[in-house]
Design a protein around this ligand. Sequence first.
Ligand SMILES: Nc1ncnc2c1ncn2[C@@H]1O[C@H](COP(=O)(O)OP(=O)(O)O)[C@@H](O)[C@H]1O
Ligand SMILES: O=P([O-])([O-])O[C@@H]1[C@@H](O)[C@H](O)[C@@H](O)[C@H](O)[C@@H]1O
Length: 371
Amino acid sequence: MAPSPAAVAAAMPPAADPEREEEAEQQQTKWGAALEGLVVGSYCHDVLLRGGRVVGETLGGAAAFVSNVLDAASPPEASFAVVSKVGPDFAYASAPAPARHPSLLCPAPTTSFHARFSDAVASPAAHAPDRQLRRVHACDPIYPDDLPERRFAYGLAVGVAGEVLPETLERMIRLCRAVLVDAQALIRAFDADGGGGGAAVRHMALEGTPYARLLQRVAFLKASSEEAPYVGVETARRRCCVIVTEGRDGCRLYWEGGEARVAPFPAVQVDPTGAGDSYLAGFAVGLLWGLSATDAALLGNFFGAAAVSQVGVPTFHPKMLQGKAWAHGKGRRAAGRIQHQRRRCGRVDAWARHHPWEEMGDRGCQTNTRG
Ligand SMILES: Nc1ncnc2c1ncn2[C@@H]1O[C@H](COP(=O)(O)OP(=O)(O)O)[C@@H](O)[C@H]1O
Ligand SMILES: O=P([O-])([O-])O[C@@H]1[C@@H](O)[C@H](O)[C@@H](O)[C@H](O)[C@@H]1O
């Protein structure tokens, strides 16, 4: 079986290799320059609890946060399809993000999570788990046949409850030129239901899952710092670029032979839910605008910070990317610093060089990094 374009791209060495360059050119022509994306993962119901009391009920699921960011900030020519499953009880069918990207309806109830936040005031450790998650319902998995039968420029595998099956991820890899994966879609395990309180979410080692063999055909794998030990960054970075998000400390990128830290944006956190999802979507948007991976990570930090500043799926002001928030001193300085890092980011740049959205040049970069 021929390797997927993502595998070809991910396998590219940092230094220019004329034979590989030619192969990539051919792939690029074959796959076209369309910027359509494929988002795979289900919407869900989130119940937020503090001190045993319900303090919020919101739309959730990485696909909801991701499509919200993509809708707000993708280049106008970059459309995307969402493959999500919900049940007849889905409460947010007309909420802005899902309404534009409807789900497949299943007889099973919509996936739902209870997120229990501790009463403690902000933890001194930025990377401490901020919530205990329990999965209360799980809708049907997303099967390979649920994906549209066409090619996509990029794919985002963003499951929350194990709904992105290994065979579904494999099909995404075949359909999409480059696939970005949220580790939470791969490493979550759900303990047996405990008396109506749902199944506790825990993590398993990625290496022991059927997803591990697919990693070398993935372009970017994002994990939170809590998930990173289960991903095994040292092994994973040899197969793809690994992004570790570090809450209010921003994020780090790891690739074979190097790493970069990307500074955060300041935020007043009111609800951490969806920060990682919004981050990953912001990162993808950065790539769509033609930014390098490290600059795209800065955009990821921007959307992560925006997500924690609001409860549930955030509302974005259409001009926020041109406004003062993005041009804020800290972001600007970070942009300057990572400009330097990016020269050493060989493998990532090798990947990006062959990407169709790289053809869009610095248009977005100028808008986004210089206000
Ligand atoms: N308190 C915060 N202040 C500023 N940015 C934040 C804050 N919390 C999260 N972020 C941003 O969101 C990203 C993802 O958050 P993180 O907590 O690491 O992920 P997850 O939601 O998956 O646990 C971070 O890398 C950062 O850019
Ligand atoms: O907060 P985050 O890690 O980015 O992502 C969250 C998931 O971990 C959670 O399972 C889901 O219920 C939330 O709606 C959100 O998608």
